[in-house]
Write a protein that binds this ligand. Structure first.
Ligand code: COA
Length: 161
């Protein structure tokens, strides 16, 4: 049961900061499922199917990763997958309060699901999906922070919207 970890998030789109976390999780757990939330309060650039596709391309070289979209509560998804571990990335201190709130809310929904926090390397500490989208929109160079397929997908999407 502890051998599967679920990494839920919006992933709009996946970035190298997320991939950094995923690579770390893959060394600890036998299988990692990137769980892409279909319902989110955010206005997403990409549909759930597109976010799944980009995450699949970005992690194609990591053998023990699966990607799936989910709806409903994240804790219910974790249980459905036979796991008891939810992964969250902790970047700067500013993440802490929100992540603590999320972890405690999830614990109150399900005592059996534990949240495990991992930190990415320091160059990704201030990276976010919104920042990536904004920089690409304004013509900045952010290739170091996203896989090439993601960079191109964001550029194409912005042209067509
Ligand atoms: N590298 C780069 N960016 C990172 C990162 C990393 N390692 N870790 C976090 N981020 C960024 C994301 O890019 C995202 O940036 P954005 O706000 O610009 O889009 C931000 O941090 C946080 O995103 P995410 O990890 O996707 O969290 P979220 O708050 O968008 O989503 C869910 C949280 C989807 C896990 C949560 O809402 C959920 O579980 N929803 C399902 C319904 C549910 O169970 N609700 C009850 C929860 S108590």
């Amino acid at each position: 049961m502890k051998n599967i970890a679920i990494y839920p998030g919006t992933f709009d789109p996946i970035t190298n900061g997320h991939i950094d976390i995923i690579e770390r999780v893959c060394k600890i757990f036998g299988k990692v499922i990137i769980a892409i939330a279909k319902e989110t309060n955010k206005e997403c650039l990409f549909s759930p199917e597109e976010r799944v596709h980009l995450a699949e391309i970005a992690t194609k070289n990591i053998c023990n990763v699966e990607v799936e979209a989910f709806d409903g509560l994240a804790v219910d998804y974790v249980k459905r997958k036979g796991s008891s571990v939810m992964i969250r990335g902790l970047r700067a201190v500013s993440d802490f309060e929100y992540e603590l709130q999320l972890a405690l809310a999830n614990r109150s929904l399900c005592e059996d699901v534990e949240t495990v926090f991992l930190t990415p390397q320091s160059k990704y500490l201030y990276l976010s999906s919104s920042m990536v989208k904004q920089i690409i929109k304004l013509g900045g160079n952010i290739k170091e922070y996203v896989p090439e397929a993601v960079f191109n997908a964001v550029k194409d999407k912005m042209k067509s919207t």
